[in-house]
Design a protein around this ligand. Structure first.
Ligand SMILES: [Zn+2]
Length: 335
């Protein structure tokens, strides 16, 4: 009941916010990815609807509010209705982190639809990787639109800065965190991990667009083009290669490698370098982790080449692989 009231109030907040700050729901202008999306208001409303329909599995959290543009920052948490939210601190759950539209004009057409598609997959196919992931205590954190200001205006940045240069990177003393979107994203993730007794297992930031007509799957490092700065510990690299091979099965041909290999230029302050350095780099071979950036394909005059069902296949095969490796592998198939 309390939950219902909370969701009701949140939905009401979204409606009021939309009424005050956005024109009526309409399709956005053509973006850099060539993919049109719903208004940010419509996305927020759909997320709250999903949370209200699936209260035991989905929660939507407003982890920040951009007072100038009056956009709430929204994160979605997916968990098994059977897993306890207050597991003992001796149990380490694992979490996926999926973010989209960090560059606001790079929406691929499905980031906001992932939460509902994941829930449907988990419900319809209990043997799928995603279903077994949450059954084993795994969590899925999704920030469909990390940069709502940019998304709403078809802009890469947030009106002041490029958010994908604002993630901290200690090895080059890059402090980042000058923008509220980045600060509050990291505060939310860190708070969630603590509350859920969880560690990240895999992160992916959806972007657009690849240079070829096939998607890119990019792993660290991207902060420097010096070869000695781009070495990733062998066990993490081999893990990344395995996940890259699975991505080829799910998505077809992709370009795979580090930022310099694939994009040809370095970038300090990108999300994948930050998450890799902070959460994965120090881990041992028995618990590898990886932080990816994904570059989708620009839509031309035809159908959107970035297909939701292919990404559901990707996450099914990745979660299956993660359940077979690393910590918590003993939990596979339990519950
Ligand atoms: Zn981008």
């Amino acid at each position: 009941m309390r939950n219902q009231l909370r969701i009701g109030l949140c939905s009401l907040t979204v409606v009021l916010w939309a009424a005050c700050s956005e024109p009526p729901a309409h399709n956005r202008l053509h973006s850099d990815s060539g993919v049109d999306g719903p208004s940010y208001f419509a996305i927020a409303e759909e997320l709250y609807n999903l949370a209200s329909e699936r209260q035991n599995t989905v929660s939507v959290e407003e982890y920040g509010f951009l007072s100038e543009s009056e956009h709430p920052l929204l994160g979605v948490v997916l968990r098994s209705p059977h897993s306890s939210q207050t597991s003992p601190s001796s149990t380490q759950n694992r979490a996926l982190l999926i973010t989209g539209a960090t560059h606001g004009n790079e929406y691929l057409g499905f980031e906001d639809r992932l939460p509902r598609a994941f829930v449907e997959q988990i419900t319809a196919e209990p043997q799928s990787g995603l279903a077994r992931w949450v059954q084993a205590g795994g969590l899925i954190y999704i920030i469909p639109i990390a940069n709502p200001y940019g998304y709403s205006r078809d802009a890469r940045g947030n009106g002041r800065a490029d958010l994908n240069r604002d993630f901290p990177l200690n090895r080059v003393s890059h402090e980042g965190l000058r923008q509220p979107e980045t600060r509050q994203q990291l505060a939310w993730i860190n708070g969630r991990l603590e509350q859920d007794h969880a560690e990240l297992a895999l992160t992916l930031d959806y972007h657009c667009c690849s240079r070829n007509r096939k998607p890119d799957l990019i792993h660290p490092w991207g902060y420097s083009d010096r070869p000695q700065d781009r070495r990733v510990p062998a066990h993490h690299l081999s893990h990344a290669n395995s996940l890259g091979a699975l991505a080829r099965v799910a998505l077809g041909p992709i370009d795979f490698g580090n930022t310099i290999d694939v994009l040809g230029y370095p970038a300090i302050g990108a999300s994948d370098d930050h998450y890799f350095e902070t959460h994965f780099e120090a881990r041992n071979a028995d618990n590898p982790g990886m932080a990816f950036t994904f570059e989708g394909v620009r839509q031309g005059s035809g159908e959107n080449p970035n297909v939701l069902s292919e990404h559901i296949s990707l996450w099914n095969s990745w979660t299956t692989a993660l359940l077979e490796t690393g910590r918590n592998s003993a939990l596979t198939g339990s519950l």
